[in-house]
Write a protein that binds this ligand. Sequence first.
Ligand SMILES: NC(=O)c1ccc[n+]([C@@H]2O[C@H](COP(=O)([O-])OP(=O)(O)OC[C@H]3O[C@@H](n4cnc5c(N)ncnc54)[C@H](OP(=O)(O)O)[C@@H]3O)[C@@H](O)[C@H]2O)c1
Length: 307
Amino acid sequence: MKAAYFMKHGGPEVMQYGELPDPTAGDGEVLVDVHAASINGVDWKVRSGTYTPIEGFPYVPGRDFSGVVAALGAGVRDFVVGDAVFGVCDIGQEGAYAERVAIEAAIVAKKPASLSHAECAALALTGITALVSVEDTLELKSGETILIHGGAGGVGSFAIQLAKHIGAKVITTASAVNHAYVRALGADVIIDYRTQDFAQEVSDCDAVFDTVGGEVAKRSFSVLRPGGRAAFIASGASAPSSPRPDVVSLRPKVGRDRPHLERILALVAAGTLRPPEITLYPLSQAAAAHAVSEGRHLRGKLVLSVR
Ligand SMILES: NC(=O)c1ccc[n+]([C@@H]2O[C@H](COP(=O)([O-])OP(=O)(O)OC[C@H]3O[C@@H](n4cnc5c(N)ncnc54)[C@H](OP(=O)(O)O)[C@@H]3O)[C@@H](O)[C@H]2O)c1
C-alpha cells in the first residue's frame, strides 16, 4: 500500500511517501481502505519527537480516517465488506496516513452518505475531544460562561458550537483573520489574542477550555470565578497544577468509542454542528500539510485525500 511515513524524527521534510506492507485485520478488527485521513495538532509533535519518542520505524502517523471496510477479522459481526466507516485509531496506535488501516471494529462507526469521507475524517478525533472535554469533563451547563482558547482550530471550532448548543455564553480567542469564522460558529465574544490580553479582558468564567497550552494555559486560571473549572488538552498528559485552591484543573481523558462517534453524527444531522472548513492535500503531500499544521494558525482542518 501507499503510505506517508517517517524513518526518523525531525522537521516536515522527514515525511516520506512510498510503499509499505499492507496491515491485516486481526481478531475483532476490520481492515479499512482509507479514503481520507485527517491531520491533527498532535501529528507534527509525534513526527518531531516532542511527544512520545517512537521506537520502531518506518512510522505511519495519523489518528482519524474515513474509508470502506475491505476485510473482516475473526468475530466481527457488526460490519460487512463494503460498509463505509470512520473512526479514530486506538490509543497508542496510529497509521491512518495510508491506503489501509486495521482497527478494532468496536471503535468504528458507520459513515452516513450525507457526509463525505473528508468530513468524517475531519470530525472524528476533534469531535470526540471536544465532546469529552466540554460535556464529560467540564460538564458545561446552560447559562454558564466558557472561555475557549484557539477557537478557529480543529478542536476549538467544534467546542464553540457544542458550548453554544448547550446554552452557554462563549468567549473565544482567535487571530483577527479568523474572527468572522468563529463568529459564524457561534462565539459571542471574540478576543484577538495578538492585540488583547485575555486575562485583562475576561473574568468570572465558569469554565475554560484551553487548546493552546504553554503560557496561555498558565494564565487561564485567573479568569475563573471561585469554583470554576479549566480543562487542558495541549499541556501534556496531566492537567497543569492550579495556582488557585478555589478552582479545578482537569485533563480530559479522550478515549475512542463508537457512542461518541455516533453522537457527533447525531449533532451534525440535527444541524447543531457543521463540519469544519477543510483544506485537502494528497497523501503524497503530507509533509506540506505538516508544515501548515506546525505553523499553529490553522483554520478548520487539514485532510489528506488518500484515494
Ligand atoms: N487526545 C487529546 O488530548 C487531544 C486531541 C486533539 C488535540 N489535542 C491537542 O490540542 C491542541 C489543539 O489541537 P487542534 O487539532 O485543534 O489544533 P489546530 O487545529 O492546529 O489549531 C491551532 C489553533 O490554535 C490557535 N492559536 C495558536 N496560538 C494561539 C494563542 N496564543 N492563543 C489563542 N489561539 C492560538 C490558532 O488560532 P489562530 O489561527 O486564530 O491564530 C489555531 O486556530 C494540540 O496541541 C493537540 O495536540 C489533544
